[in-house]
Every structure is written in structure tokens, then in C-alpha cells.
Design a protein around this ligand. Structure first.
Ligand SMILES: CC(C)(COP(=O)(O)OP(=O)(O)OC[C@H]1O[C@@H](n2cnc3c(N)ncnc32)[C@H](O)[C@@H]1OP(=O)(O)O)[C@@H](O)C(=O)NCCC(=O)NCCS
Length: 145
């Protein structure tokens, strides 16, 4: 596996990382990636990790915890660089980040239309747990549609 150089996102990376997330099909009209990145960077329990290979940004993940469990969002590898182990690399970095914060379990969500990614997480040791995922828009003005 080629080495992935992983660091927390810098100001100069924001545009490229948002473009990576969009290329990977992870952005939605109601999520502004730049605002999501800024929010994650503004709190102590979250970070946006950026993975470079040969100096180029090829992978990213947002990682964080709520004082109980850890989670990841925007797990992404450049479509031209998938299948080279970078997904495994960025997830290992996210897990290490959480371990350093004292977090011992990571829960993540997979959108219902993205079940093919389940095999990727299985390969990394993740199991499917039957849960009903519920949500409420605390700021109704942000609600899509
Ligand atoms: C999911 C994603 C991050 C995987 O990145 P990647 O760099 O291709 O994954 P890796 O090369 O590190 O693969 C790691 C392991 O997962 C397996 N794997 C990856 N994608 C797989 C797939 N679609 N089906 C089966 N296995 C898969 C690989 O075979 C590999 O197993 P191994 O190490 O035992 O050989 C990448 O495909 C991606 O960015 N997808 C679009 C965005 C997305 O859906 N993100 C997840 C949101 S929940």
C-alpha cells in the first residue's frame, strides 16, 4: 500500500477537500461543505483529516465524538485513486484520532442508497448493528425542501 500522509485540514485545503467530497457523491444541497468543515474545526471534539499521496489530496474524513461514541462523515477517496488502500488508511487515521481522545467505539451511518460501501467497512472490521436512526432539525430553517 502506498504511504498516505495524513494531517488535519489547513485553510488552503478547504476548497480541494470540498471538491473531493462532491466528486465522491457525498455532498447534498442542504449540507454546505465549507460550513461543515468550519464547524468541525471550531470545536475540540472534531477534526477533518486530509490524506495526501505524492503531495496530492486523495482522501479525507471528518471525525468526531460526542463525549460517548465516535463517528465519521465524508469518508472519501478520489475516484481515480480508489482500490489502492487509501480508504483503509484514512479510516485507520480516524480511528487513531478517536483513540487519542479516549473513545472506544465508533458508530457510523451509511445512506440507504450507498449499501455497496458496507463491504468496505466489513473489510475494516465493522459490523452492521440493527438500529433505527432518528433525527430532528433543531433549526427548521436548515431543513431541505
Ligand atoms: C468507500 C471508499 C472510501 C473506499 O476507499 P478505497 O480507497 O477504494 O478502499 P481501500 O482500497 O482502502 O479498500 C479497503 C478494503 O475494502 C475493500 N473494499 C473497498 N471497496 C469495496 C467494495 N465496493 N466492495 C467490496 N470490498 C471493497 C477492499 O477490497 C479492501 O479490502 P482488503 O484491504 O482486505 O483488500 C471509496 O470507495 C469512496 O470514496 N467511495 C465514495 C464515497 C463513499 O461512499 N464514502 C462512504 C460514505 S459512508
Amino acid at each position: 500500500m502506498p504511504a498516505l500522509d495524513i494531517a488535519e485540514i489547513a485553510d488552503a485545503d478547504v476548497e480541494a477537500v470540498a471538491a473531493l467530497w462532491a466528486r465522491c457523491g457525498l455532498t447534498r444541497p442542504w449540507n454546505d461543505p465549507a460550513a461543515d468543515i468550519a464547524f468541525a474545526r471550531s470545536v475540540p471534539g472534531a477534526a477533518v483529516l486530509v490524506g495526501r499521496a505524492g503531495g496530492e489530496i486523495v482522501a479525507s474524513a471528518m471525525v468526531g465524538h460526542d463525549g460517548h461514541r465516535g463517528t465519521v462523515y465524508y469518508v472519501s477517496v478520489d475516484p481515480d485513486r480508489q482500490g489502492e488502500g487509501h480508504g483503509r488508511g484514512i479510516m485507520a487515521a480516524a480511528e487513531d484520532w478517536l483513540r487519542r481522545q479516549g473513545v472506544w467505539k465508533l458508530n457510523l451511518m451509511v445512506r440507504a442508497d450507498n449499501t455497496r460501501v458496507v463491504a468496505f467497512y466489513n473489510a475494516l472490521g465493522y459490523d452492521t448493528e440493527e438500529r433505527i436512526n432518528m433525527s430532528k432539525w433543531l433549526d427548521p430553517s436548515k431543513r431541505p425542501g
